[in-house]
Design a protein around this ligand. Structure first.
Ligand SMILES: [Cu+2]
Length: 174
């Protein structure tokens, strides 16, 4: 027991060095935690997404673009502007709560064929949902086909929009 009591004394000469060492270690640890926090924060948008490949914009919204080419009766046909924005091209409202005020989460701005997916929630969006919003019912038409990046896609309604995809929807009215 006496021996234990003497130990602090014998170490006393080193204690300032020890304190300095502890302070140095503490600063290093704080830096390490800080750096890892910054890395975690900057990588968090990607880690929120299920697949890791869904783009998130600066407002925290899922935001991706797919290009649609529309071919009717063998002719390239203009995709309307303002799908999901103009009331005549905004027929189905079941997804509205996922989009910004004044537009469905699936919409077009111009006639370039660019489909915008802009959603508060990360989820799959289908071509069938865009057609419902648009008010384009293809069940009356013949030979409805879809290609995705040049490859045939058998079930056009169930195509899930992906950033950068180029899709071509073709059908015949007679
Ligand atoms: Cu957009």
């Amino acid at each position: 027991m006496k021996h234990d009591g003497q130990e602090p004394k014998s170490n006393f000469g080193n204690s300032k060095k020890k304190i300095k060492a502890f302070v140095a270690i503490g600063i290093l640890a704080a830096l390490a935690i800080g750096v890892s926090l910054i890395m975690l924060t900057s990588s968090s948008p990607a880690s929120k997404t299920p697949s890791g490949s869904v783009p998130i914009d600066s407002m925290g919204m899922m935001h991706l673009h797919t290009h649609l080419t529309l071919v009717i009766d063998g002719k390239d046909t203009t995709v309307p502007a303002q799908i999901g924005i103009d009331s005549t091209l905004w027929n189905d409202h079941s997804l509205d709560s996922y989009g910004m005020t004044g537009m469905a989460p699936l919409h077009t701005h111009d006639t370039s064929g660019m489909i915008h997916v802009e959603s508060y929630k990360v989820k799959d969006y289908y071509l069938g949902q865009l057609l419902a919003i648009w008010g384009l019912n293809l069940s009356d038409y013949k030979q409805v086909t879809l290609t995705v990046n040049g490859q045939p896609f058998p079930d056009y309604q169930n195509y899930v929009f992906k950033d950068g995809d180029k899709i071509t929807l073709s059908f015949n009215t007679k």
